[in-house]
Design a binder for this molecule. Structure first.
Ligand code: ZN
Length: 142
């Protein structure tokens, strides 16, 4: 089965710095909502002093989160913005390195504390990606 894909063009690119102490996903959500960004891709790097990350348990259909405090470099922050319950929602995954260079990561949770971070947001045209409950996974998907 092939799907005819819809085109989205980059409307705007924003670069922003997050401040020490910001809650990473809460701040990103606040920024996109305040700037009326309803469809976008997000990428970033930086460092955090606390990380809350997790995975979606495919049997129990719930997120399991882990927390770590320390000095972690953000190797990769990837996410998107789409609409859930009428509001812009940020979905992001993060990969970090600890002081020994070991990498780990997962679904970004609330409670992650920024040390410093540089973020790029690419706002896209045709903001029609609406999240709805998916019966096969229990997740709110496009
Ligand atoms: Zn996720």
């Amino acid at each position: 089965m092939s799907k005819k894909l819809k085109r989205h063009e980059v409307k705007n690119t924003y670069l922003l710095r997050l401040d020490r102490g910001d809650d990473l996903i809460k701040k990103l959500t606040e920024v996109v909502q305040e700037n009326d960004i309803r469809l976008a891709t997000i990428s970033g790097l930086g460092a955090v002093s606390k990380i809350v990350f997790g995975y979606y348990d495919q049997k129990d259909w719930e997120y399991i989160f882990l927390e770590k405090e320390g000095q972690f470099e953000i190797l990769s922050l990837n996410g998107n913005v789409s609409i859930k319950d009428g509001e812009a929602m940020v979905h992001a995954h993060i990969m970090l390195a600890d002081e020994e260079g070991n990498a780990f990561g997962g679904h970004l949770g609330e409670g992650t504390v920024v040390f410093a971070s540089e973020i790029e947001i690419q706002e896209l045209s045709n903001a029609d990606k609406i999240r709805k409950y998916d019966e096969d996974t229990g997740l709110p998907l496009w």
